[in-house]
Design a binder for this molecule. Structure first.
Ligand SMILES: C[S@@+](CC[C@H](N)C(=O)[O-])C[C@H]1O[C@@H](n2cnc3c(N)ncnc32)[C@H](O)[C@@H]1O
Length: 275
């Protein structure tokens, strides 16, 4: 079985704002997911990931499936109509606004990423859709997110909204105070607001450390695997939606969720609600 994206795929000739001298997490993730928005520098970096974990594409896909199930829950079951997706990544199959609009055409979504390529591709995808926006801002600077005009226009922060942190906090080093950054976002949520978070899991197996090294060797910076205890702290003060913080595939699995994935124990996720 090969899970690796096919070599020699089409790529875009030009991406406004893209720094092609270095690999980008957004473009490497797109490549690993089988997308088309990547360059040679990204594919070389991805090689370090594949060397460390040949099943990396499964890990990316399963994280993405968790995100989809989570968004459906938030909109269809929790009644959320405003979503701030931080570290949204490049547009791909099943984007958050598309999933949300399947259930609630009036849902509003703001995509946030610090990779300028996301803004360029996102704008091209979204066109003039008035319910959705994409901005360039950094998770480490929440004021730059909440002070942005598009966020002010689309997210009424006095009313319940959801913050999505899917596969992003693992790219913050321990020295960047990930707990403090997530706490700042949690504190901003009003009662009835939700936090969805998925993250690489260190469940005490060697593959986690190998993949951490693969990120560094590929020039992609931090790709941190954190323990259950470390992940639990991201949800401090929130009421966890059943079944709580679990392996990502175990969170509200549906017919498309793998039952025997070889990377089952490498990713965890949860949704918490503020009371
Ligand atoms: C692994 S991708 C996850 C994409 C998507 N959320 C998902 O789960 O499918 C991580 C994304 O986070 C973005 N990112 C990493 N660090 C960030 C930061 N400090 N601020 C904003 N975005 C960041 C990357 O550019 C990338 O697009």
């Amino acid at each position: 079985m090969t899970n690796r994206p096919a070599a020699g795929q089409d790529t875009r000739d030009e991406v406004p704002g893209a720094d092609l001298s270095r690999p980008s997490i957004a473009r490497v993730y797109d490549y690993v997911l089988g997308g088309k928005q990547h360059f040679e520098v990204d594919r070389r970096a991805a090689q370090s990931i594949f060397d460390a974990l040949p099943d990396a594409p499964l890990l990316a896909r399963e994280n993405r499936h968790f995100l989809r199930r989570g968004v459906r829950y938030l909109v269809a079951e929790a009644g959320i109509r405003q979503i701030l997706d931080i570290g949204s990544g490049l547009p791909t199959e099943g984007n958050v606004h598309e999933l949300a609009h399947e259930v609630a055409p009036d849902a509003r979504v703001v995509y946030v990423d610090n990779d300028p390529g996301v803004l360029a591709h996102g704008r091209a995808l979204l066109g003039r859709d008035p319910s959705t926006a994409v901005i360039t801002a950094d998770l480490r600077d929440p004021d730059s997110i909440f002070g942005n005009d598009a966020v002010g226009r689309l997210i009424d922060t006095g009313e319940p909204y959801a913050i999505l942190l899917s596969g992003i906090v693992q790219h913050l080093g321990d020295d960047e105070d990930p707990c403090g950054i997530v706490a700042t976002l949690r504190d901003r949520l009003p009662a009835g607001g939700y936090l969805l978070l998925s993250h690489f899991l260190d469940d005490d197996e060697p593959r986690a450390k190998r993949l951490e090294r693969g990120f560094l060797q590929g020039g992609l910076g931090t790709g941190r695997f954190r323990t259950w205890d470390e992940l639990r702290r991201f949800f401090d003060g929130l009421e966890l939606v059943e079944p709580g913080l679990v392996y990502a595939n175990d969170w509200h699995p549906d017919a498309a969720t793998p039952t025997d994935s070889p990377v089952h124990t490498l990713c965890a996720g949860a949704i918490g609600r503020k009371d």
